[in-house]
Design a protein around this ligand. Structure first.
Ligand SMILES: Cc1cc2nc3c(=O)[nH]c(=O)nc-3n(C[C@H](O)[C@H](O)[C@H](O)COP(=O)(O)OP(=O)(O)OC[C@H]3O[C@@H](n4cnc5c(N)ncnc54)[C@H](O)[C@@H]3O)c2cc1C
Length: 415
């Protein structure tokens, strides 16, 4: 007899939603987390409003730090354009203002929902290895990594395992899945901040994005209640795993410092702050997301579900967590890969095509795409899955072509 119907490894958003959905459906669930909660996770914490549908009734006010109503885009901190997310007069209930959350609080709220639904939370329990058995899977677990050092590994038995252990987790590798992931790298700095209504640039409802300061990536400044989340990432690099690019960290860190300075943040405020670096496993085409016997399913970052254009992963982590639990509740674990591909991946392919254009020709994309007033609202609807990426690559190339042609015509001497 298995200890559990399901062990979910990793209590991030993907794991917490998977555990809550499965427990609500009547499964005996353990939610395993190697760290003590709440824990820090390097992340901008920005999300589109439609994520609310997936949050198991969580009240937004309980987790939202700030709502972003406009975006300020720039190219090497110049040519700045600002655009609102909603058209003027949009009622609050219809607003697409982006959610800004702080991950420790957001993740903790989701874990509490899983526990309230009946899941058993095992904190400070690190997954080490797994072994198939006739009835399911045996997991070897190290208990009490921090508090209880030296404790003997425990063994848990389960019919199924959901690998929600993030970008650097080990569940996928233990069953031979995702052997060569494409990995981007981002760094964030949390700079304590007091909002000054007289500041012309920094506002709690405005986020900043710069596309020229870092090759093959971008930099951001996200507003939080008590700090600025300043970050940057190399997303579409020539290295399959950006962590192997020896200069990447330094370039990213330099972009963050330059952004802070460009927005008038005194460099002394950055001194001594800890920079958090973290890999982002970008979507890199369809691949199996469950073991052939259906015992192990992957979700979230562990499944490589980072959008290849924007680099966001929270919405997809949460959706894939729900999908994996639903496949188990339906008694059809081997449908997991197809369910994820149907719901998320077909559009990721189009996003990947657009990413090649965007990161390959960033200056032109900025000039003829991003800086157009309508682009901000389109980007927010893409983020929330309200409109598809399909067709956008061709349109972007046509627009760049038309723009260049117009410039050439203007440059030609009139005869
Ligand atoms: C700098 C940065 C900024 C980002 N900004 C955004 C953003 O603004 N918006 C957005 O949508 N996405 C953003 N992302 C991506 C987003 O953070 C991830 O997509 C998201 O966290 C994925 O959730 P997850 O539940 O799959 O994994 P995680 O949130 O990584 O959770 C995995 C959990 O598994 C645990 N774990 C790992 N190994 C083990 C083990 N062996 N045993 C037990 N537990 C284990 C970890 O401790 C962790 O709690 C950003 C990423 C980075 C790096």
């Amino acid at each position: 007899m298995a200890d559990y119907d399901l062990v979910v490894v990793g209590a991030g958003p993907a794991g917490a939603v998977a555990a809550a959905t499965a427990a609500r459906g009547g499964l005996r669930v353990a939610l395993l987390e190697k760290r003590r909660l709440p824990r820090h996770k390097p992340c901008g914490g920005g999300m589109p409003v439609p994520v609310q549908r997936e949050l198991l009734g969580l009240v937004p006010e309980a987790v939202i730090d700030t709502r972003v109503r406009c975006m300020r885009h720039s190219w090497c901190f110049r040519e700045a354009v600002e655009a609102p997310i909603d058209p003027p007069g949009t009622p609050a209930a219809r607003s697409r203002a982006l959610w800004m959350v702080q991950r420790p609080r957001f993740d903790q709220a989701l874990v509490q929902r899983a526990v309230a639904a009946g899941a058993t939370l095992l904190e400070s329990h690190a997954f080490k290895a797994l072994q198939p058995t006739a009835a399911g899977v045996e997991l070897r677990v190290d208990r009490g990594m921090a508090a209880d050092r030296g404790a003997a590994p425990a063994t848990l038995r389960a019919r199924h395992v959901i690998g929600a252990d993030g970008a650097a987790g080990g569940v996928a590798a233990s069953v031979g899945l995702r052997s060569s992931p494409r990995v981007a790298l981002a760094i964030e700095l949390e700079v304590p901040h007091r909002w000054d209504p007289a500041d012309p640039l920094l506002r709690p409802d405005r986020l900043h994005l710069d596309y020229g300061v870092l090759r093959r990536g971008y930099a951001w400044v996200f507003p939080k209640a008590d700090h600025l989340n300043i970050g940057a990432g190399v997303f579409h690099a020539r290295h399959r795993d950006v962590r192997r690019d020896p200069g990447a960290r330094q370039r990213i860190r330099a972009a963050i410092e330059a952004y802070a300075a460009a927005l008038g943040v005194d460099p002394s405020r950055l001194a001594g702050l800890r920079a958090h670096a973290h890999p982002l496993p970008f979507w890199d085409g369809p691949e199996p997301l469950h073991s052939p016997d259906g015992r192990v399913l992957l979700v979230g970052d562990a499944a490589g579900l980072i959008n290849p254009l924007f680099g966001d992963g929270l919405f997809h982590a949460i959706r894939s967590g729900r999908l994996a639990a639903e496949a188990l509740l339906a008694g059809d674990p081997c449908s997991h890969t197809a369910r994820v591909h149907d719901e998320l991946a077909s559009d990721f392919e189009a996003a990947r095509r657009l990413a090649r254009i965007f990161y390959g020709l960033p200056g032109l994309t900025y000039r003829y795409g991003i800086s157009r007033p309508a682009s901000t609202a389109v980007a927010v609807r893409l983020l929330g899955g309200e409109i598809p990426f399909r067709g956008l690559g061709r349109r972007a190339l046509r627009r760049i072509g038309r723009g260049l042609l117009g410039e050439a015509r203007r440059a030609l001497p009139h005869t």
